[in-house]
Design a binder for this molecule. Sequence first.
Ligand code: PGA
Ligand code: ZN
Length: 419
Amino acid sequence: MAHPTIDHVMAHEVLDSRGEPTVRATVVLTDGQRGAASVPAGVSTGAHEALELRDLAERFAGKGVRKAVARVNGTIGQALIGMRVDDQPAIDHKLIELDGTPDRSNLGANSILSVSLAAARTASIFSRLPLYQYLQKSFGLPRPDKFPRPMCNVLNGAKHADNNISFQEYQVLAGGKTYAAQIERTARIIDELREILRHHGDRILVGDEGGFAPMLESNEQGLEFLSQAVARSDLRLGDDVNFGLDVAASEFYSIERKIYLLQPEVRAMTAAELISLYQELVAKYPIKTLEDGLAEDDWDSWKLLTERLGKKITIIGDDLFATQRDRLNQGIKSRAANAILIKPNQVGTLTETMETIATARRNGYQCVVSHRSGETCDDFIADLAVAIGSEYLKAGSLMRSERLAKYNRLLEIAAEVGA
Ligand code: PGA
Ligand code: ZN
């Protein structure tokens, strides 16, 4: 076979699930084969994430990405012509070098990631391998001993919904012999939850990630409703089904006052008080994972949280680590969290994402591959989750096609590998 050489790269401005612009790039080889990828965008973004390039002009309230698209069609495209598409590290290092900034603010993490992912997809097409197998081979990953389980965000709050709750995500973690069985159980719980919320008098609306978005009396009430839904599904709490929370606490933390302000309870809490609340909730409900329980730079409190709950449950850093290897290393040193959320667009290239994952694995941190609140139907992260043997894939609820694209891709791969 001839070498898979890049002939040209092109990008377009497309819209994501919030109707906001994002970048889609296509890599074309000299033999005409091509692959494309679209990048997602978060709304509860962390302060330490790589930066997106936005037009800041009138169109789309400043969120247009024509500048980012122009970078792909210009500087980036020019530099990649003639390179081998199956040399992902070389492509990614070229992208990093062209950008030349630590936060990707020159070319934009959105332009860079679109090309990085499109290159990997094109290489997998050229090599006639499913993407997850190509990723395993290309990064020399060990054969994974587990298949990702769905981390399904069935109740949306905070920035992802128009309701009144501070906690951003209430997740169902369904067990089951196969991935398909886990999905079926999750769907059953969602059906029951809909009935419970209807009965409670809520209009059935969904948030950005496809989960229901009811008004609640307290953050705890979400867990109460989830427990009822599990019971009505004839499943056993703590046995068949556990819960996860993404609190996204940076969003309700006041840096000046060092206080977490919880709604709708209207409670101003210190980190220690909030940690005690988590301990109570973990004692009362089968919560197995807790993401961003504290703000992104509240390192000392993260250490305390991990001391208190880290032996019992999975403590995940999202905004805390922002998929950055340096921040993860800081966490490992200071014993903050025991798991990391993996979002490629927080760092900018696939190679850097894999370096962060390798660091996590070497230090016994679990990995959860994740979507963003603004998504397209691109399903790259499903293959990534399988390739690295991620503990979970976090892709929202089982509603809205941009969420289902990922869970459905896992159904397909699960059938292929017998998971
Ligand atoms: P975001 O939310 O994509 O809006 O940042 C997802 C998350 O916090 O995990
Ligand atoms: Zn999060």
